[in-house]
Design a binder for this molecule. Structure first.
Ligand SMILES: [Zn+2]
Length: 282
């Protein structure tokens, strides 16, 4: 290992520098309820999506069998770099709509949003929630999904629990369960506290995972704040402590390559030189 690699391996992961409006969030949901008649039987139960019963029914649950849709019941979030974890739930003053308005305000202000599976799940669920209340779409932000990023690597399991465990990130061990979630919605204070701790614990886990994964990603959004003298900056930690290490080859072009001394990321310069005047034909 080079001296830089040894130092990076020993040090805690580099923090995002001068972070502003970087939102880490996580939502919790309860499943819906459905009553469905199938081959002379009436089946009643929970579902997360209309394919949940497919293994039993052999077909997708029809929407008119739904008596209660799954819904968002609480959420936790943090502005990167700030210790405070915010929490909103449908059982607080303002109810379900009040909770969604607080989440809307946070998303509307965010430049980057971070979470585990937010692209495929949380963000889409919130968009439909906001639409149902007639709210406009929040100002656009750039999602950085730790699940998407982890999947680009070779981990056998990409759940938040498995990834944090294997990366040695300390987490609260509590697990989500439907009974506690339903009890919380029904007004059970102990269940509300348990769910809140679980939800907030996931924010700590997501923040730590974000810090660990970032320098392996080439797709982390760049900072909008440049340096005073226009020095090139690192996309992964937003610092400007870059060391020129060589060039990166593309098929026809070469790019200037840097290594970030703070977080270790490979950073590619936008400047390039054309190395080929011919290319392979087929
Ligand atoms: Zn960096």
């Amino acid at each position: 290992m080079s001296e830089l690699a040894q130092r990076l391996a020993a040090a805690p992961p580099a923090k995002l520098q001068n972070a502003h409006n970087v939102l880490i969030y996580d939502i919790e949901r309860v499943p819906g309820r459905a009553i469905h008649k199938h081959r002379g039987l009436t089946i009643e139960g929970d579902f997360w999506d209309l394919n949940s019963w497919k293994h039993t029914l052999g077909y997708r649950l029809p929407a008119d069998s739904v008596i209660e849709w799954p819904r968002t019941i609480c959420a936790a979030w943090r502005w990167y770099g700030k210790p405070k974890v915010h929490f909103a739930a449908e059982w607080q003053a303002g109810g379900h709509e009040g909770m969604l308005r607080k989440l809307w305000d946070a998303h509307n202000k965010a430049q980057i949003t971070i979470g585990h599976n937010i692209k495929g799940f949380d963000e889409r669920k919130l968009l439909s929630d906001w639409l149902l209340y007639g709210m406009p779409r929040p100002a656009p932000s750039k999602p950085f999904d730790t699940l998407t990023e982890a999947r680009k690597l070779g981990f056998e399991s990409n759940t938040l629990a498995s990834l944090t465990d294997r990366l040695g990130i300390e987490t609260k061990t509590d697990k989500y369960d439907v009974v506690t979630a339903r009890a919380a919605c029904a007004g059970d204070r102990a269940a509300q506290k348990k769910l809140r701790l679980y939800n907030e614990g996931d924010i700590d886990a997501s923040t730590a995972l974000y810090d660990r994964l970032r320098h392996y990603s080439s797709s982390h959004p760049h900072s909008m704040v440049g340096t005073a003298n226009d020095r090139p900056t690192c996309h992964a930690c937003w610092g400007d402590n870059l060391e020129r290490t060589g060039t990166k080859l593309a098929t026809l072009l070469t790019y200037v390559l840097y290594r970030c001394r703070d977080c270790g990321a490979n950073v590619q310069g936008a400047w390039h030189a054309r190395v080929a005047v011919t290319r392979g034909a087929r």
